[in-house]
Design a protein around this ligand. Structure first.
Ligand code: GDP
Ligand code: IMO
Ligand code: MG
Length: 424
């Protein structure tokens, strides 16, 4: 079985939590795009793990893989491996495989990401992890792959080809004291390459073999559908394709192999960084959701912008991914908020719309049209059966499910594994 799981909004929907929960049924769990801009949280008992690169199934018996469509900062990966080791979790080459063709995030990518963000007037609010510039080098065929940092000769010969041009780019931002090509910095990459070379694998081949043998494989998305580089709210997006189809192309698995596509959706919506968010709340309710939901970025610590559930955006995510089911997370966060609103459409230039406009500039101008529902006061964090939810909470979930017209398989009412139950 091959399952793809993606975020249906702007990221941070709780993908890490749901992957950890589902992973006991999977032999392989694999990241297919993005890099350490992702921050996925897994909470088991009192332990909270915040990981950026290692797939969220690291606690289970599954083997975890990092596919060639991701961009990899080797230092961050080694820090994660080290952090888990200190907690008694060994990430050996038997446990983790990384595709040799994975693009490496180099110091110049990180410097350029930071410099460009400071230079432009309309900022994206990137995570400054060098993601966009690493993908630029992949597309322009100037990437350094994991294979290359594992081999000193190829590494330095590839760097020689790009060094002058990249240095000119850095200088164009008036950056005269870049450390990006210092030998001491580059040597750290070679040292990382040495360690990581034992993790190298052919991800496409591993996954296809596993599927042929009847094993279960899950592709774990990072970011969210509306941050997709092709279909999102450009320019306020990340630099990879975040939607389900991208798992097939990035992993080298044919679309005929996909059995299930699961969308993770929060009971409200959040966004980190710039870009349109039609239902954003700038009032006490927004602050309450932020506080009750702990809505602060896993990667950058930035406060996440919060808003009501946005049905037009959900409908678009459903189209982009072809979800066969959904997991609804963070329902507990809406406790003590009354009424609760759902954005069912937009008003734009005197007309009403049930689907987002394609142009980002128009989405900025859309005014949400709301349907109101009564809230509930009960703390949901100990609920473990759908039937035990307060009536108003059930009404909210049922209505969302009806309006989205995709079955909600799981409902989540807290960060812990046990705070999840099946609705189906
Ligand atoms: P991801 O990037 O999609 O994996 O999501 P993050 O881990 O960045 O952000 C989700 C946050 O919400 C994490 O701190 C999770 O522990 C937490 N979380 C996940 N599901 C729930 C839930 O149902 N209720 C509450 N209160 N927190 C949750
Ligand atoms: P997870 O996997 C939320 C956002 C950044 C910025 C934009 C571009 O945890 O859901 P980038 O550094 O990718 O070039 O930044 O994308 N962004 C995320 N927002 N969750 C994420 O990942 C994100 N990864 C990137 O805030 O607005
Ligand atoms: Mg996150």
């Amino acid at each position: 079985m091959f399952t793809i799981l993606t975020g249906a909004q702007f990221g941070d929907e709780g993908k890490g939590k749901i992957v950890d929960l589902m992973a006991e049924n999977y032999d392989l769990v694999v990241r297919f795009q993005g890099g350490d801009n992702a921050g996925h949280t897994v909470k088991v008992a009192d332990q909270v793990y915040k990981l950026h690169l290692i797939p969220s199934a690291f606690l289970l018996d599954s083997r975890v893989l990092i596919g060639p469509g991701t961009v990899l900062n080797p230092k961050v990966l080694l820090e994660e491996i080290d952090m888990l080791k200190k907690g008694g979790i060994e990430i050996t080459p038997q446990k983790l495989g990384i595709d040799g063709k994975t693009s490496i995030i180099m110091p110049h990518h990180i410097e350029l990401d930071t410099l460009r963000e400071s230079a432009v007037s309309e900022k994206i609010g990137t995570t400054k992890r060098g993601i966009g510039f690493a993908y630029i080098d992949k597309i322009s065929r100037e990437e350094i792959q994991l294979f290359d940092i594992a081999n000193e000769e190829t590494f330095y010969s590839k760097l020689e080809d790009i060094r002058e041009q990249k240095q000119k780019m850095l200088e164009s931002y008036d950056n005269q004291d870049s450390k990006a090509f210092d030998v001491s910095v580059l040597d750290e990459y070679l040292a990382a390459g040495k360690v990581l070379s034992s993790y190298i694998t052919d991800v496409s081949s591993e996954i296809n073999d596993a599927i042929k043998k009847g094993k279960n494989v899950m592709a774990e998305g990072a970011q969210g559908s509306h941050l997709d580089v092709v279909h999102g709210t450009q320019k306020y997006v990340t630099s990879s394709s975040t939607i389900a189809g991208s798992a097939c192309s990035n992993l080298g698995v044919g679309p005929t192999k996909v059995d299930e596509v699961i969308g993770i959706v929060k009971a409200y919506i959040t966004r980190v960084g710039e870009g349109p968010l039609p239902t954003e709340l700038h009032d006490d309710i927004g602050r309450k959701i932020q506080e009750q939901g702990g809505e602060f970025g896993t990667t950058t610590g930035r406060a996440r912008r919060c808003g009501w559930f946005d049905l037009p955006l959900a409908k678009k995510a459903i189209n982009l991914n072809g979800y066969s089911s959904l997991a609804l997370t963070k329902l507990d966060v809406l406790t003590n908020i009354d009424p609760i609103k759902i954005c069912v459409g937009y008003s734009f230039q005197g007309e009403t719309y049930e689907y987002p406009p394609a142009k980002t500039s128009q989405l900025f101008e859309c005014a949400p049209i709301y349907k109101e529902l009564s809230g509930w006061d009960e703390n949901l964090s100990n609920v473990n059966k759908y039937g035990d939810l307060p009536e108003s909470a059930k009404k909210y979930v049922d209505l969302l499910e009806n309006m989205m017209d995709v079955p909600i398989k799981y409902v989540s009412v807290g960060p812990g594994r046990e705070q999840t139950f099946r609705k189906l």
